[in-house]
Write a protein that binds this ligand. Sequence first.
Ligand SMILES: Cc1cc2nc3c(=O)[nH]c(=O)nc-3n(C[C@H](O)[C@H](O)[C@H](O)COP(=O)(O)OP(=O)(O)OC[C@H]3O[C@@H](n4cnc5c(N)ncnc54)[C@H](O)[C@@H]3O)c2cc1C
Length: 460
Amino acid sequence: MKDYRRYSYWLETAGDLTPRPPLDGSLDVDVAILGAGFTGLWTAYHLLEREPSLKVVVLEAEIAGFGASGRNGGWCYSGFPYPASKLLEEYGRDTAREICQQMYASVNDVGRVCELEGIDAHYLKAGVTDVARNDHQMQHYRDYYETYRTLGLEEHYQLLDRDGVDERLRVARAVGGFRMKESATIQPALLARGLANAVERHGGVIYEQTRVTDYTPGPPKPTLHTARGNVTARAVVLAGEAYLAALPKLRRAIMPMTSHMVITEPLPDAVWQEIGWEGREVVGGMGVTAGYLNKTVDGRIAFGPYRSVVPYGSKITDSLNWQEDIFDHARRSTIDWFPAARGTRFTHAWGGVFGIPRDRFPTMSFDKRTGIATGRGYTGSGVSTANLSGRILADLITERDTVLTHLPMTTHVSRNWEPEPLRWLGTTLVRKSLQRTERIAEKTGKYPDKPTLAQRIWRS
Ligand SMILES: Cc1cc2nc3c(=O)[nH]c(=O)nc-3n(C[C@H](O)[C@H](O)[C@H](O)COP(=O)(O)OP(=O)(O)OC[C@H]3O[C@@H](n4cnc5c(N)ncnc54)[C@H](O)[C@@H]3O)c2cc1C
């Protein structure tokens, strides 16, 4: 059996990881869920909250929280994975506003359930502070703010000048920043493991070490197939995010991409006095040395750089998790941001995969005819989005007519990715070109007036 503690610092410090028993024979239930990450667990939790008598089972190939949910940056973030400006452009003001507000509601729901279920996941609604380190980046934040103003949501956001950033934390070469007040920080593995326990307390059953090999849509009833038996249900929920690409029917529906993190030892008080960051909000930025950052309750800095690997043929292997060049870059970037931390020891480094749909727009849908539901495609921003998926799927499956069941994600179908080798070549070349443009621009201070071809392709 795998040593699950080595998959992230968060999992290592999340208590007992002994797997639950696997499925043992075939079953017929109300709802069968593939995957015990945030999407699967939030769906199970919200189904049981709405209808406590439902028979809900979750089939998990490894252990609850094994995937991205137990390894991420802990940004329980109010931003939807699709840019607010594009939501506004494509779906109009009312829908864009509703999606943003439902994301705030998701962040709050994570806090509510932690409190209600006694899950100590270090949840703190401290917001996000994004730090601009040149004027070009600052202009992006001004544009974001303007979009939220157009949506009438500006009270939830704030532009910061240099002093405003310094009051919160001292980052080398900061010129300003942007606050997103509706976000929170969490210890992700504690949340995933605590949520799994809560699902069980409410009557859900989680079978671990049980890999789904395929699924059959209804009618009559949809089924999840495993080597240990099949589970037939009124509704089957495919909640495996990036890993869904391993199922024969979904090979081109989602593209796995890696993300990685490093974490320091607890920093001494003297270093924290120089850095500040007393609010313990999550922190981010743009550019070559930027990433997503978290300050742990015991005073470590976790840094996730914006560097990734796209596996050829969507093949997810263990070796993807350990990328020394990316770890080195992340360690150097941490010190570039916080020179006061120079000389500090980095204790852990890890990686994981998230899923990207071809058009970057997530799907949270339930097809009543086939009985197949899915929540996926969060493009690396799935901590609170998975909660939204869970709330939406629970409403759809229990046939409620709510504001959630009319959001565009409920009917959205992304087109497929191109077949290999086109997909891998295309995404690799475009991403390399984007990184090169960024590197040159940061060095010279000259940013292209218009989006480059690579930028246009990546956004299309
Ligand atoms: C390093 C990293 C940092 C990130 N940082 C952030 C962040 O700070 N904020 C943010 O919002 N998002 C972040 N993300 C993305 C976020 O973690 C994910 O979007 C989110 O956790 C997805 O949850 P999920 O339940 O849909 O998928 P996962 O957590 O990946 O769960 C899927 C589960 O399904 C199981 N599974 C897969 N296939 C099968 C099968 N065939 N049979 C049975 N079980 C199966 C897997 O073992 C896994 O447990 C990050 C991702 C990574 C990798």
